[in-house]
Design a protein around this ligand. Sequence first.
Ligand SMILES: [Zn+2]
Length: 224
Amino acid sequence: MSNMKGVKSVRGNGSARLDADDDPFDDGLSDSSPRCIEFQGLVRREIELLGEDVERQGLKKTPLRVAKAMTWLTRGYEMDVVDVVGDAVFEEDHHSMVMVRDIELYSMCEHHMLPFFGKAHIAYIPDGRIIGLSKLPRIVEMYARRLQVQERLTEQIASAIEDVLRPVGVGVVIEAYHLCMMMRGVEKQNSKTITSALHGSFRDDAKTRDEFLRLAYGPSTPLR
Ligand SMILES: [Zn+2]
C-alpha cells in the first residue's frame, strides 16, 4: 500500500517528507468545488481549535489535503452494489463452499473518525450462481470506505452477497484493530475485534457453520 511516489527526500533521521503537490489522495475532489472550499474552512477552524497556527508552513495546505483525504476515504458512499458487481455473476452448477480469505480492509469508525483496519473472510455456498472472485474485495471496499461500525460493515457485506447471489448461505468474519482503542494505550494495544454475520445455511446448519468458522479463524499470515 506504500506510495513511494510521494517521497521527495529522506532526512538523516530517517523521516520522509511528503510534498504537498504530490498528494496520494489527489484524485477525488476538485480544489475549486464549493464542497471542497467549505470543507477546507472547517478543517482550518479545527486546526485553530487545536491551538495551532494555520498559516504555519507545514499546515498551510493541510485543510486541502484533509478535505481530499476524507473524501477519498469515504468514497464508498458514491458506489452501489449493482455497479460494483456489474455483470460478474455467472450461472454455475457448483454446490460447495467458496471462500476468499484475508481480504484487506481499511475503514473509519463513525464514533471517532479514526481508522480501523484488518481482514475480512467471506464464504458462500452457491445456488446456481457464482460471483467473480475479485468482486468480493470490491464489495468489502464499497462498505469499508464509509464511516462505519465493524458490526454493521460485517452485516452489510453479507447482505449484499445474499441480495446479489441468492446463495444457499453466506458467512462473513471480520477481524480488525481500532486505532481509537489502540492510540489511547489503555491495555488495548493488541486487542482485535472479531465480528461475524451468518446467513442461511451458515446460520442454520451446524456443520456448515463449523467448517466456515474453522477456516476463517484458522492460522493465517500476519497483518502487514
Ligand atoms: Zn472509535
